[in-house]
Design a protein around this ligand. Structure first.
Ligand code: SAM
Length: 182
């Protein structure tokens, strides 16, 4: 897998805001009302917050990032906006995702997998995501073809008992791959 050094966007921001239409992508992945969602490597929480429009009041988003700076940003942001469906957690997804097993309907890795691969963390993170997902649960991976080719993602992800369900264009430079836990 191609190695990319930075875990941030080229702008230095920990967010895909302005680059991607989060709601459209999450609907494409298959998120629905009442879902329990894992936003793994959530950054500033752009996708986690936008998920509220889909999961409505009955769902939850576990928004996990290893950066304390990103975690604190999200904690302050949701407090200001009175958002209760997002649960921010500061943790390294490759050493353990602090949620019970088989509780997640849909997991997101948005512009995160290439950084994990760079640090050889992708295998442990995929195992943890697999554990957290319900049987048949969805894993949506969004990344840029120029930075992490689709073929590489499929090669890395499918050995961890994920089956490719569909793929679609997520933006001018980005694709989205949707896998099922099998
Ligand atoms: C490019 S940003 C993307 C943020 C967000 N997903 C988005 O698209 O708006 C990548 C994020 O992944 C986080 N990250 C990288 N490795 C991680 C790990 N092992 N555990 C948790 N978060 C991680 C980084 O701290 C960073 O906030």
């Amino acid at each position: 897998m191609r190695l990319i050094r930075s875990l941030k966007h080229s702008s230095g921001a920990r967010t895909s805001k302005g680059l991607l239409d989060a709601k459209k992508i999450m609907l494409g992945i298959g998120l629905k009302k009442g879902d329990v969602v894992l936003d793994a490597g959530c950054g500033n929480g752009f996708f986690a917050i936008e998920a509220g429009a889909i999961i409505k009041n009955s769902g939850t988003v576990y928004a996990i990032d290893s950066s304390m700076e990103a975690h604190e940003f999200l904690r302050r942001d949701i407090a200001q906006k009175n958002i209760t469906y997002v649960r921010p957690i500061c943790a390294d997804i490759s050493t353990g995702i602090p949620v019970d097993s088989a509780i997640i309907d849909a997991a997101l890795l948005v512009n995160v997998l290439r950084g994990l691969a760079d640090n050889n963390e992708e295998k442990r993170a995929l195992k943890e995501i697999y554990r957290a997902l319900k049987p048949g649960g969805l894993l949506g991976i969004v990344d840029a073809q120029s930075k992490l080719p689709v073929e590489d993602v499929i090669k890395v992800v499918t050995p961890y008992c994920f089956k490719l369900k569909k793929q679609f264009e997520a933006g001018p430079w980005h694709y989205c791959l949707v896998f099922n836990k099998i």
